[in-house]
Design a protein around this ligand. Structure first.
Ligand SMILES: NC(=O)C1=CN([C@@H]2O[C@H](COP(=O)(O)OP(=O)(O)OC[C@H]3O[C@@H](n4cnc5c(N)ncnc54)[C@H](OP(=O)(O)O)[C@@H]3O)[C@@H](O)[C@H]2O)C=CC1
Ligand SMILES: O=C1OC[C@@H](O)[C@H](O)[C@H]1O
Length: 359
């Protein structure tokens, strides 16, 4: 039988910082190592604010591959005919303008989280993507990892009953008293603070387990409450707690979520409590490698425990790249797994919790 050629997606990368390097390294991992045979990835171009930095990035991250073009501006990446889609790894406050320019140039877009800084910007991006008939997705990479797919399967198969309470925290110690106030995690002009940077992850688990649950019937939370603790250093939050209540459909459940840029992560990072058991997910919750399912007996006591672990080549960012390639191949303008509705929900919750008075 003739072999079907995998669909090749040609990426343009804008920015050359930490996450752009992680993403490009993963694009270079052979997809067959993760059993993917229908799509492959090529890096066609890298754009930076200086051409020298773009070339340095290609040398360091992509072994100096001569087929990758180095540009001294993002606009040149958007204009390149050999680029199918653009990956945006700039600080949060640039996502909107970078994504808009890419979309207007007719490019598909994968944009780092948080996709924008508020819901109004996101509505505008989605409208632009529709107008130009291009794919747009927030790089909520955790959604595409095999562990998340398995957690969702178990959460919905019925043995545990319905989810009732979910606790999730992501904390990372950024040593904020010893880094420059211009660091993106502290600078309000770059969208600093805990909620925008790491808040997407505890929220992601609530969206996966509660919002996506079939009994929730795609209903938004009926109540969102949040509270921010500001750092004395700059007007951004050093920690934020927020809670969601889902009570519009058959599902009645709540999520208690938190994030901090001054603490280390905790174990487990996520606990989902169901009527007849729990799922405990290990840290870091953006890329966990194991989780435990606890099944309770009729007396409420632990009856059985099952631990699942996941390993693969690469850092875990390539799964979202596969999703982008497949969606574009299939003519979709949004992902079924992390579609516009979920990013809109995220942004509207963040608006509600109150990041934007400092932006
Ligand atoms: N999914 C994940 O696991 C992670 C996602 N992120 C997300 O990625 C984004 C970037 O984070 P990270 O890579 O850590 O940030 P970095 O500071 O390491 O990199 C940001 C890059 O953006 C470009 N840039 C453009 N304008 C500016 C500006 N005014 N100030 C600083 N940089 C600028 C620069 O590239 P150049 O000079 O080449 O133009 C810079 O290298 C954030 O939105 C964050 O939420 C971050 C970490 C992990
Ligand atoms: O997405 C992220 O995950 C890991 C964090 O350390 C980082 O700041 C954040 O942007």
């Amino acid at each position: 039988m003739a072999e079907i050629k995998p669909f090749a997606f040609r990426w343009g990368i804008i920015s050359t910082g930490f996450i752009a390097a992680c993403f490009v390294k993963d694009l270079l991992v052979d997809p067959e190592t993760r059993d993917v045979r229908d799509v492959v990835h090529h890096v066609a171009a890298v754009g930076s604010r200086t051409a020298a930095k773009a070339q340095e990035f290609i040398d360091k991250v992509a072994g100096g591959n001569k087929d990758i073009k180095a540009y001294g501006s993002y606009d040149e990446v958007f204009a390149d005919k050999d680029v199918d889609g653009v990956y945006i790894g700039t600080p949060h406050t640039f996502h909107y303008e970078n994504a808009l320019q890419a979309i207007k140039a007719g490019k598909h877009v994968l944009c780092e989280k948080p996709v924008t800084c508020n819901v109004a910007e996101l509505h505008s991006l989605i409208a632009a993507a529709k107008e130009h008939d291009v794919f747009l997705m927030e790089a909520l990479w955790t959604r595409f990892q095999p562990l998340s797919l398995e957690v969702k399967r178990i959460a919905e198969e019925g043995a545990l009953g319905l989810p009732v309470l979910l606790h999730a925290d992501l904390s990372g110690n950024f040593d904020i008293h010893n880094i420059p106030l211009t660091h993106r995690i502290l600078d309000p002009h770059l969208g600093g603070g805990a909620l925008l940077d790491i808040g997407p992850y505890p929220l992601f688990w609530a969206i996966l387990a509660l919002y996506e649950h079939p009994d929730n019937e795609h209903a938004n939370p009926t109540n969102v409450v949040g509270s921010m603790l500001k750092t004395p250093l700059t007007p951004v939050d050093s920690s934020t707690v927020f809670s969601l209540t889902f009570a519009a459909a058959k599902l009645c459940a709540q999520a208690s979520l938190s994030c901090s840029i001054t603490l280390n992560s905790m174990e487990p990072g996520v606990t989902i409590r169901f009527e007849r058991g729990s799922i405990l997910i290990s840290s870091p919750i953006y890329c966990p490698k194991e989780f435990t399912v606890q099944y309770l007996g009729k007396d409420g006591k632990l009856e059985r425990e099952e631990k699942k672990t996941f390993e693969y080549a690469g850092g875990g960012w390539h799964f979202q790249a596969d999703e982008v390639a497949r969606c574009v191949r299939d003519g979709r303008t949004e992902s079924l797994l992390w579609g516009h509705d979920k990013s809109l929900l995220e942004m509207s919750i963040f608006d509600e919790v109150g990041v934007y008075f400092y932006l």
